[in-house]
Structures are given as structure tokens and as C-alpha cells.
Design a protein around this ligand. Structure first.
Ligand code: ATP
Ligand code: MG
Length: 249
């Protein structure tokens, strides 16, 4: 079961991704692989694990030492051999972080390697939860593909919903092979405005549910705590649990 998160900047992709992971753990589901495909990664912080290495960093090291490496080993094989240096093996989940190389430019190589690592690893896990960078780049680069559920996160604003619908349209257009695409509206104050609901229908988005503004999330964020520190009765956690029930995860 592969679940990926998408959406514009700051809508709550990483927060919801980590809430999904906590919920799965509490439902005794597993094994779980968390994937951080955001070059500006921070999923590990919410999950409370330290990342020593990323694919981007390994790639940089490799570039620097390439000339000194023994011939006979293909560079791709060599990089693949490093998979266990990169995989963070936690108690309840493992985490793979794409990261990025140094300097500007294309992340193509790290991207391709990331895809390959996912291919190698995915059979070992029942659940894969993938956090992505904001926007649509990851769709066109095809790091997000072959997922069971693509969850597009939006804030409760028309502009947010419009961006979400663009993400859905692009996903359909380039056929990323998502079995089902759902919208989640996050950081809602009270109930979802009826006019926004109509707009969501107009845009032909499938609303999976809403997540309310939750002070426990704010508290976690501001005090640098992890998703496992928020109280059991926290509203956002409960709502994410309901959403994953709906998806029959
Ligand atoms: N339901 C919520 N209630 C309160 N605060 C929230 C909620 N969801 C997310 N936040 C806060 O909103 C901010 C953005 O959340 P998050 O980092 O998860 O978004 P993101 O979509 O991953 O952002 P980016 O595009 O930068 O990766 C964070 O400060 C987070 O704590
Ligand atoms: Mg994020």
C-alpha cells in the first residue's frame, strides 16, 4: 500500500504524513517505510529520528571520489550497495530520505536513484508513506508514481483548492498511475464553508475529509517535539485516524 502526499507549500503535507504514520503504528500495521522526497527534508524531525545520510549526499561523495574508485564496479551498483547507509532503521518504521546534491541545478540523478531504491525496497514493506515537496515538480519528475492513494492537501481557501485541482489534473494528464486521488482540506476552523464545498465539487475533486486547526500541532511545532508527543485525544490525530479508516488502510 503506497500513499503519497502532495499540495502547495505549507498546507500540512509533512504533518499529515507523519500523523498517518503514527496512526498506522498505533493500529499495529507494518512494516512501514517513510519516504521523504522533499529536497528540503524535515519529515524525520516530526518522526523524531536523526538522518545521517541522504541519497543526494551519497551522490555528492561519490562524485568527489569517483576518480579514485576501483574500476570494474559499475557506479550504479556501487551506489546501490550504499542503501543501508541511507536507510534509517527505526523501531516502528524505516525512513529513506532523498535529500539533494550541492548547489543549484537538477536533482535528476538523486531522483532516479531514489526511484530505484524505492523499487528495491518496496516489497519489504506493507505500507509506504511518501512526503513530497510543494508544487508539482515531483509529478513531472515521476518520483511520485504507482501509488494507491495520492492525497492532495489544501488549505481552506479557493486558491488552495484551485492549486489542488491543478495538481490532480496534471496527475491525470501525465498518468502517474495513482489508483485514487483524494483531497484533504487541512487547518479548517470549525466546519468547511458550504461555498468551498461547492467549489470542490465544481473542480471535481474527491473530498476525503477535513482536518481542523489543532493547537496540539502548533505546540508540537513550536516546541520542536515529535508527532509521537501529541496527546492521544488530539483532534487532528483523531481525524487522520478516521480518514485512514475510510481508506481501509
Ligand atoms: N491541522 C493543523 N493545525 C495546526 N497547525 C497545523 C496543522 N497542520 C499543519 N500545521 C502547521 O502548519 C505548518 C506547515 O505544515 P507542514 O510543514 O506539515 O506543511 P507542508 O505542506 O509539509 O509544508 P512544505 O510545503 O514547506 O513542505 C507547520 O507549522 C505545521 O505545524
Ligand atoms: Mg513538508
Amino acid at each position: 500500500m503506497k500513499i503519497a502526499l502532495a499540495g502547495k507549500g505549507g498546507t500540512g503535507k509533512t504533518t499529515i504524513g507523519s500523523l498517518v504514520i503514527r496512526s498506522l503504528i498505533e493500529k499495529k500495521k507494518g512494516p512501514i517505510l517513510a519516504l521523504d522526497a522533499d529536497p528540503n527534508s524535515n519529515l524525520n524531525e516530526l518522526l523524531g529520528v536523526v538522518v545521517i545520510n541522504t541519497i543526494g549526499a551519497i551522490r555528492e561523495d561519490f562524485k568527489k571520489s569517483a576518480s579514485r574508485l576501483a574500476s570494474g564496479i559499475y557506479k550504479d551498483q556501487l551506489i546501490e550497495m550504499n542503501i543501508h547507509q541511507i536507510l534509517v532503521e527505526g523501531k516502528n518504521f524505516d525512513l529513506l530520505v532523498m535529500g539533494r546534491g550541492e548547489g543549484p541545478g537538477c536533482y535528476c540523478y538523486a531522483n532516479n536513484l531514489f526511484k530505484r531504491y524505492i523499487d528495491i525496497l518496496q516489497d519489504n514493506y506493507d505500507y509506504i508513506v511518501m512526503d513530497n515537496e510543494a508544487g508539482m515538480e515531483h509529478l513531472s519528475r515521476r518520483t511520485t508514481s504507482d501509488v494507491n492513494y495520492l492525497l492532495i492537501i489544501s488549505d481552506p481557501s479557493p486558491k488552495g483548492i484551485l492549486t489542488a485541482s491543478r495538481i490532480k489534473d496534471l496527475s491525470d494528464e501525465i498518468n502517474i498511475n495513482a489508483e485514487k486521488i483524494f483531497l484533504i482540506v487541512n487547518r479548517v476552523n470549525g466546519k468547511l464553508d458550504e461555498r468551498l464545498k461547492e467549489y470542490i465539487e465544481e473542480k471535481k475533486l474527491d473530498l476525503l475529509g477535513i482536518i481542523n486547526m489543532d493547537d496540539n500541532i502548533y505546540e508540537m511545532d513550536i516546541s520542536g517535539k515529535t508527532i509521537f508527543n501529541i496527546p492521544e485525544d488530539s483532534l487532528a490525530l483523531k481525524q487522520v485516524k478516521e480518514l485512514i479508516e475510510k481508506l481501509k488502510l
